[in-house]
Ligand binder design. Sequence first.
Ligand SMILES: *Cc1c(COP(=O)(O)O)cnc(C)c1O
Length: 438
Amino acid sequence: MTMLVDDASRAWFDRAQRVTPGGVNSPVRAFRAVGGTPRFFTSGRGAIVTDADGNDYVDLVCSWGPMILGHAHPEVRDAVEAAVARGFSFGAPSITEVQLAEEIVARVPEVAAVRLVSSGTEATMSAVRLARGVTGRPAIVKFAGCYHGHSDALLAAAGSGAATFGIPGSAGVTAGAAADTIVLPYNHRGAVTAAFERFGDQIAAVITEAAAANMGVVPPEAGFNEFLARTAHAHGSLLISDEVMTGFRVSRGGWQGMAGPVGDEAPDLFTYGKVIGGGLPVAAFGGSEQVMSQLAPLGSVYQAGTLSGNPVATACGLATLRNCTEDVYTHLNRAAHTIGQLAGEALDSAGVPHQVRTAGNLFSVFFTDQPVTDFESAQQQDTAAYARFFHAMLDGGVSLPPSAYEAWFVSAAHDDDTIERIAAALPAAARAAAEVPA
Ligand SMILES: *Cc1c(COP(=O)(O)O)cnc(C)c1O
């Protein structure tokens, strides 16, 4: 196989490593999970990204979701350029932040009000604080393998034994910060019931990804989210549905609009990010008027941000959402389905054990033929086979997520031509995955 020239990326990576830990501003970008040199991108247009050596790739990362319309979409660019011309930030109320909030509220009946922030981490951290403020309780339940950003309380790992309080999931997280987090296995109702039986009167909220997609894509089993809401509500706790990944990617109303339960089985708080900024830093959390009115300045739960609701970022998010028509969602569903199917067929032909798991138009390929329903089973996959597959795809001009534990993302710009390029790269990558390393 011909290896692409990566001299410029290597040179930039050397420079980056001198001034930035690991050469990156977010760890997965460093390629540690797959080895090799990360590509430094210089431009993107539609479904294609170009690196510092001038190589083109079909992009199946899409900035981890935000580039739902493709890179440098003309109407989004126009909106951002117009916003830039009006000034970058006022630290005072402005127009587009109201319009973006209206756009979000119009999409989700359970969300009467939103507060805009600048990252998914801030959204989930603030939603947890709000849930604690509303209930007056300290503990939260999260699931192993679900990612909710990197605030201390949400970087907890499971303690030993069922239904115990968490231990720090990172150096620098205190035992105290992790001790209020109960970490349970995803999709395990019995563990949730047991945790609520023991600690129900201390639990402020359960936080879950609407569909888990940060351990690879692991959809909730039928009725699981409804069960979480019922269990939480029976104990006076809230359910936080983290839609930072699914929000307005899987449908016009996010996961809630596609598969979300209603009434007493609906979540109480929702978090958004990624798509709602269209590639600029915007995230949000929202819920009923009653819950959201507990936030400052109306209520006693403090939360703030110098750049929250930034006019350029919200103009980008607003233009992105307005261009996400029903046709776009139909296209995303079809493209995701086709690419998942092509990958599955290529791996079948090469005899590589695998399974494609999907949640709406989110999907990922697990290199195992064992069922994957939670983090423990996700970890049975052959990550070395994924690394070989990843690099062969990269050499074939397709940029996949540099980790086996990530979703693959498509955009409205992934057209038939793009899909043909993916199809052309797959057979060699599947053979590379099948190779038993010497
Ligand atoms: C990406 C992600 C976050 C964190 O968002 P950042 O903007 O990276 O801080 C939180 N929750 C989920 C489900 C995510 O996918």
